[in-house]
Structure formats: C-alpha cells, structure tokens
Design a protein around this ligand. Structure first.
Ligand SMILES: *Cc1c(COP(=O)(O)O)cnc(C)c1O
Length: 391
C-alpha cells in the first residue's frame, strides 16, 4: 500500500491552466490576479475586505500590529494551536498568554476565558487582543466571545487558518464577530496557493492599514500624500511595513482552488461522516459537531482528530501512532501545546498550567482526511487503526 498522508493538496487541470495563464500574463506579482482573488475570497466569506498576504503567519503579524499589539500590551490565544498563533504577538513586542481549551470542542473554553478576564480586570492586565483558533475547522462559539470582547474592550483576531469556508450559526467565518480573520493556504489546508494567506475584515480603515503593512508601509495614493507631489515617481512610506505580498502566480492558483471549494467541502464532510460511522464503538473520542449547545456550525474538516481514550486493553497513543506510521499511514499530532515548547518554557510557561490542552495533546491523533482520499484508503486506515488500538 502506498503511503497515505494525513493531509495533502488537490491540484487539477484547471489549477494548472490558471497558473500557466498567470505566468504568461506579463504580471508575476503586483498585477490583477491578487485583487481578483481577494474579491472572490471576500464574496465567499460575505466580508467587505480581503487582503492577500504571503502566508498566514505574515497575516497574523500585520493583523496584530494593525489591531494595536505592541510593547505593554498582551495577546491571549489557544494553547492548542500551531506556534504562529502566539508568535505573532511576540513579533510586535507584545506579551502572550493562553486560555485553556474546552475538552469537547478543543477550542478556547468560554468558561476559562470568562474567569481569566475577571481576574485580569482585577489585576489591571486585560488583553488587547484575543486570538481564537477554529481547531480543525470547527468554529469557536463566537457570539458569547463577542459579548466578552465588548464588555472587556479587547479585539478578536480569528486564526481561521483551518476554517476557509467554515460556517457558524449559518454564516461564513470571516469577521462577522471578529475584528479581523486570518486564513492559511498552506498545502495541507482547505485550499492552497503553495504558501499564502488572507486577512479579512469589515473595517475599511483596518483593511487599508493591512494593505500598507504588507508592502513596506508605502502608499502611492495621491489623496494620502503628506508631502507635495513632486512627480509621477513619488511615493511615500508612512509606517514600518514589510514585504508580505502574495504573487500573481499564487493568487491565480488560489482563485482556481476557490472555484473548487464546494467539492472540497463535500468530500471532506462525506469522509468525516464515514469516519464517524466506521469508528463508532472504538475507544476513541471523535470530533465535536457544534461549538456549544444551541449554536450550529459547518466544519471545514481541515483535520479529523480522534483521542485515544486510555483504558484496559487499549494501547497508548504513542503505540497507536507508531503502528499506523509503520503501516504507511501518515498520522500526526495536532498540537503539542504551544506553552510547552522549549522557547515558551523559556518565557516562563510550565506544565500543568493548561491541563485540558495537555490532556488532549497526550491522546490526540490526526488521521488522514483530504478530498482525494478514497473510501478504500479510508477503510484501510480504519482497519489498521482498529488493530493498532489493541493493547
Ligand atoms: C497553518 C497554520 C498557521 C500558519 O499558516 P502559514 O500559512 O503556514 O503561515 C497558523 N495558525 C494555524 C492554526 C495553522 O494551522
């Protein structure tokens, strides 16, 4: 049997044609493909503004800056995420802290968030920004989070890297409840541009700040000039920006991929439902379907993560993981808690601070899920997993 990865991209002839067209269009970067991709992405997510960037990490960085992160400010995020969700605060000179997860949804716990906010208010150390992560593509419970944001005065920056096209209470993820949202187009994610990311927001002024920050802080808009216009060569740098631009080649691929997104979602959902059925009765905790009782969601199913529930006659997660890898199945673990990374321990974080995230991380196993995974391959994964679970 060939190696089955936990995730992989899907590239078809239309994608190839789109990239070929971009390569011969005369614009490799800073041409028309980027705004076209931005418009298509904004329409899909029912949001006013979309700003394409070189990757989601860059998007998180400039979104943090544009939302006011900096020295003396603190940013909170989920310990159950990729390190970029926290690193972005540190890039800005802000402090970072974590809010433990709900063991069922694996997203930031609203109970924990509420308690931590009450304490932070007493200590005068409220966060400037909270970065919820829609883990695996299942939305966080954003309505109560928005209420807390308004009550305590913090911004919500969604790390929606897993959640392209995901829905919450019938609406697409993408800045309905958040101040800004960041999406990733890494090949393992829902749609890909190779490397790439997108920041969305309803706020026109914020979108403009993001456009400037992704391209050196430079403007060429006559209406924005602070000095007299000396000629057609004149441009001005107004802030300390970066080169975080997406190329036209990437944007052309992204727009082609977006046209295929309904098929991607349908395939992922069908496979996830099939896993639910095939894995029922095994000593595994399967992914939740709703962010909280009374709210609804359609997951984008970036990941299908089971937890190996310890018990008599059940092999431990490390053993199950090793047996699957040995059989050519590319299982993975999402995520070892960010605060337990050596770098974050160097900042003072310690085991025991985020017990739900740590417990989850000790049992989590991401099994293969991507649009081109066949039912035969899925049956094979399930067969190997069943055997691997036997203690
Ligand atoms: C993939 C990912 C990122 C980083 O995305 P890049 O586009 O690779 O920079 C950030 N946060 C989460 C939760 C991710 O899964």
């Amino acid at each position: 049997m060939d190696f089955i990865p936990y995730a992989t991209q899907s590239i078809n002839e239309d994608d190839l044609a789109a990239v070929r067209e971009a390569l011969t269009s005369g614009w490799l970067t800073q041409g028309p493909a980027v705004p076209r991709f931005e418009q298509a992405f904004a329409a899909l997510h029912s949001v006013a503004h979309a700003v394409a960037v070189s990757n989601a990490t860059a998007g998180l960085h400039i979104a943090c800056l544009a939302l006011g992160a900096g020295p003396g400010k603190t940013v909170w995020t989920s310990p159950n995420s990729f390190v970029a969700s926290a690193n972005c605060a540190l890039y800005c000179g802000a402090g970072v802290d974590f809010v433990d997860i709900d063991p069922v949804t694996r997203n930031i716990s609203l109970t924990e968030l509420t308690a931590k906010l009450e304490q932070a208010e007493r200590n005068g150390r409220l966060p400037a920004i909270v970065i919820p992560v829609h883990f695996g593509g299942l939305a966080c419970d954003l309505v109560p989070m928005r209420t807390l944001a308004d009550r305590y005065g913090f911004k919500i920056l969604e790390d929606a890297s897993h959640a392209v096209g995901a829905r919450y209470n019938g609406q697409p993820i993408g800045s309905r409840y958040a101040d800004a949202s960041v999406f990733s187009f890494h090949p393992v994610k829902i749609v890909t541009t190779g490397e790439g990311g997108m920041v969305t927001t309803q706020d026109a002024a914020l979108a403009r700040r993001l456009q400037l920050l992704r391209s050196h802080g430079i403007t060429r808009e006559t209406s924005e000039m602070q000095h007299p216009d000396t000629g057609a060569w004149h441009y001005e740098q107004h802030s300390l920006g970066f080169n975080y631009r997406m190329t036209d080649i990437q944007a052309a691929l992204g727009r082609s991929q977006l046209q295929r997104i309904d098929g991607f979602h349908a395939a992922r959902e069908r496979l996830a439902e099939r896993y639910d059925q095939l894995l029922a009765g095994l000593p595994l905790q399967r992914p939740a379907r709703v962010p909280a009782p009374g709210s609804t969601a359609r997951s984008s199913w970036h990941l299908y993560v089971v937890e190996v529930v310890p018990g008599p006659g059940v092999a431990d997660r490390a053993t199950v993981f090793a047996r699957l890898r040995e059989a050519g199945i590319g299982v993975n673990v999402h995520y070892e808690p960010i605060p337990l990374q050596p770098y974050y321990r160097g900042l003072g974080f310690r085991p025991g601070q985020f017990p739900a995230a740590e417990a989850f991380a000790s049992q989590a196993l991401s099994i293969p899920l991507y649009p081109s995974l066949t039912e035969a391959q899925q049956d094979c994964v399930v067969g190997v997993l069943k055997k691997a679970l036997a203690g």
